[in-house]
Design a protein. Structure first.
Length: 153
């Protein structure tokens, strides 16, 4: 009986030691940047363009143009490490519309930035004034390109 128990114990130990332990896949440089990059964000209800869309800002000249367009008084981010994506909801009659960024994703060396245009809830109290909501946010500068996608509501 002792021999049988000892054999079973040895077999169990050898199967455990021979089992491969799976390590999680190593994070890419872009995934690490996404997780650790500081985020700056700006938003407003007035000053955005009449048509919905987005704008990618990669340098100081583009930042100054965006800031002038939106009436934004903020320091420029460090464009050697960051880019800015600005999202415009377009002109909407009732206030309460807004833009929301989803979590960015790395696709190799590229950066995928997704956003949604959110409607006010049916039970929300909103003013009946025209607004041009917008939101801008920094993202880490990728080695590749920046892909910006509008998601369905």
């Amino acid at each position: 009986m002792k021999v049988r128990s000892l054999v079973c114990l040895l077999l169990a130990a050898s199967s455990i030691s021979s089992a491969k332990v799976r390590k999680p896949a190593a994070k890419t440089d872009m995934e690490k940047k996404i997780m650790t990059a500081p985020v700056e964000e700006w938003k407003g209800q007035q000053g955005g363009p009449l048509e919905p869309g987005h704008q990618l800002v990669t340098d100081l000249k583009g930042w100054k143009a965006l800031a002038a367009r939106l009436g934004l008084h903020a320091n420029a981010p460090d464009f050697s490490k960051s880019i800015v994506v600005a999202v415009f909801v377009g002109e909407r009659p009732p206030r309460g519309f807004s833009a929301a960024f989803e979590k960015p994703a790395a696709e190799g060396d590229d950066l995928l930035v997704r956003y949604r245009i959110k409607k006010p809830a049916p039970t929300s109290f909103v003013t009946q004034a025209f607004a041009q909501p917008w939101k801008a946010r920094t993202f880490p500068r990728p080695k590749g390109k920046v892909i910006v996608e509008l998601l369905p509501q």
